[in-house]
Ligand binder design. Structure first.
Ligand code: KIV
Ligand code: ZN
Length: 554
């Protein structure tokens, strides 16, 4: 990198817009959406989609609810031409859905594109030419007047040549893009849009789509919003125009640029699923749509099975959705950090059915987009006790007493540290089982019986300690107390019971009880847990589990 001062790159000029309105507005409704996956997205793939893949992808876009789908550049490639013909001839385009075709302002290409859309019900014919001063100077060596004349000529030629199609029932809308709009002087962009609008003569029923692309993203999103507001307020026929956005993501702010430009007055958004597109990609429509949804605005696109959408996308494009991709990424409903896990668990348990979504760290209910609750907490050495307790409860039905969370959390953290990897819920459960429920050494219970009244219970027990059998008797105010007193007749360490809790596991004939008992010996406290169909026996086993853990740790 250049050492300061950085002179290799220049600041992006701001827009003079003293009375800008967009910062004070909020979004209230979804824009019109147009998917450009099959054109802009497809042209950016190392291996473009086959016709079959494009057909599958088209069906997916229709299912999601796109009403305008740019299907390709039929005059530029035979595959795109054939794909367009198949869509039309095989009647794959549902009523209410328009196909969009991209075309340069050249007579031969316009003629070929009209052949491609012959017999379609509804078409958006998308003409474009580059307008920025650098494109004019370096690439086209053309004056402003030349550039305007290319666009206007293209529109007039289209208008004339499309008449047979229109007569046979095809509805044709014009979309015009001054390509590289955001790098074009605003007065010139306005001038060319006005000239194209004059040539097209839009009406209330057939508005012109003026697409204002950030072909390369060079500016901050606020500058983009200013550019769009400037256009919206300077166009003479704003009421007959649909202002469309087409952002790319070179600075990583394509989503923000689109959102601010919607505040600035745009009506329509072009983009792709998960942001596939040239270089750093096109705008990710999924993110903008679900961002609206999480502010209470239905996007009119259906992402309720986002995993399926991701699968089709990954198969057809041969690209992977990154694990941190908003909404769709593998890890976006997973918290590794202990404090996050704790906050998620606490806020989730207070979430009332039917009330506004208010779970900390998770801005959307994963179920709304077909993601599962199960993956929310995963355990590694960064996880806290809350996460471990959450998995044991959520995945296996064990509601550990709060005081026990710290103990099991430490155990699982040590395990995660020593393995250096994430622990699966199954491994977590097996560790819990081995540590607490399956402890039968050095003490194991052979037999236990309690009898007596509510206030005075006699216990008879048979246990083995390191293989040696012991018959014990004891009396207490309940079975646990009686058993503790019976154990005090042995050489085992003396202890008190400090806390006790239990709950059932499962229901009906299969139901069992699990008991958690905390004992104290000297200054040390520790838990044991036991399971049995008989609640009394579950508690006796929990005491033995705690004692075995104590002896094992000495
Ligand atoms: O990025 C762009 O400018 C385009 C145009 C063809 C609309 O894709
Ligand atoms: Zn583009």
């Amino acid at each position: 990198m250049q050492t300061p001062p950085v002179t290799k790159y220049l600041p992006f000029p701001s827009v003079v817009l003293p009375n800008r309105q967009w910062p004070n507005r909020t979004l209230k409704e979804a824009p019109l959406w147009c998917s450009v996956d099959l054109r802009d997205g497809n042209q950016a793939l190392a291996q473009p989609m086959s016709v079959e893949e494009k057909l599958e992808y088209f069906d997916l876009l229709v299912q999601i609810g796109f009403k305008e789908i740019e299907v390709g550049f039929p005059s530029a490639s035979q595959i795109e031409f054939e794909f367009c013909r198949r869509l039309i001839e095989e009647k794959r385009i549902p009523d209410g859905v328009s196909i969009q075709v991209l075309c340069q302002c050249r007579e031969d290409l316009i003629t070929r594109s009209l052949e491609a859309v012959d017999n379609a019900k509804s078409v958006v014919f998308h003409l474009y030419n580059s307008t920025s001063p650098k494109q004019r100077e370096y690439v086209f060596k053309a004056t402003e007047a030349d550039i305007i004349s290319i666009a206007v000529h293209g529109v007039r030629f289209l208008k004339e040549k499309m008449q047979p199609l229109v007569k046979s029932g095809t509805q044709i809308k014009l979309e015009y893009s001054p390509e590289s709009f955001t790098s074009t002087e605003l007065p010139f962009a306005l001038k060319i849009c006005e000239a194209v609008t004059d040539a097209w003569e839009p009406t209330e029923n057939n508005k012109i789509i003026l697409n204002l692309p950030a072909t390369v993203e060079y500016a901050t999103p606020n500058v983009h919003a200013d550019q769009i507001e400037w256009m919206c307020t300077h166009l003479t026929r704003r009421n007959l125009s649909i202002i469309s956005l087409h952002t790319h993501n070179d600075r990583g702010t394509g989503v923000a640029a689109t959102e601010l430009a919607l505040l600035a007055g745009a009506d329509r958004v072009e983009g792709t699923l998960f942001g596939n597109g040239e270089r750093t990609g096109n705008l990710d429509i999924v993110t903008v749509a679900l961002n609206l949804y999480t502010h209470g605005i239905h996007p009119k696109l259906d992402f309720s099975d986002i995993n399926h959408i991701r699968d089709v996308y990954e198969r057809c494009t041969r690209l992977e959705v990154p694990p941190r991709q908003p909404y769709a990424g593998e890890l976006v409903f997973t918290a590794f950090s202990g404090s996050h896990q704790d906050a998620i668990k606490k806020s989730w348990s207070q979430q009332k059915p039917g009330s506004a979504w208010d779970v900390l760290y998770i801005p959307i209910d994963p179920a709304d987009i077909g993601r599962s609750y199960k993956a929310i907490i995963r355990i590694n050495s960064q996880s806290g006790k809350g996460g471990v307790a959450y998995v044991l409860e959520n995945d296996f039905g064990f509601t550990l007493p709060k005081l026990m969370h710290k103990e099991i959390g430490r155990l699982i953290n040590d395990l995660a540290d020593s393995r250096g990897t994430e622990l699966t819920p199954e491994l977590l459960f097996t560790t819990f089982e081995e540590e607490y429920l399956k402890r039968t050494s050095p003490i194991s219970l052979q037999h236990f019986k309690a009898s007596g009244s509510d206030s005075s219970v006699n216990a008879e027990a048979k246990i083995t300690i390191s293989g040696v059998s012991h018959e014990l008797k004891g009396t207490g105010n309940g079975p646990i107390d009686a058993f503790v007193n019976a154990l005090s007749t042995t050489t085992l360490p003396k202890f008190d019971v400090v806390s006790y809790s239990e709950h059932s596991l499962g229901t009906g004939a299969e139901a069992r009880a699990v008991s958690y008992i905390q004992i104290r010996t000297g200054t040390r406290t520790l838990f044991g847990a036991g399971i049995d169909t008989n609640i009394e026996l579950a508690s006796i086993k929990a005491i033995i589990s705690a004692l075995n853990r104590l002896l094992a740790s000495r």
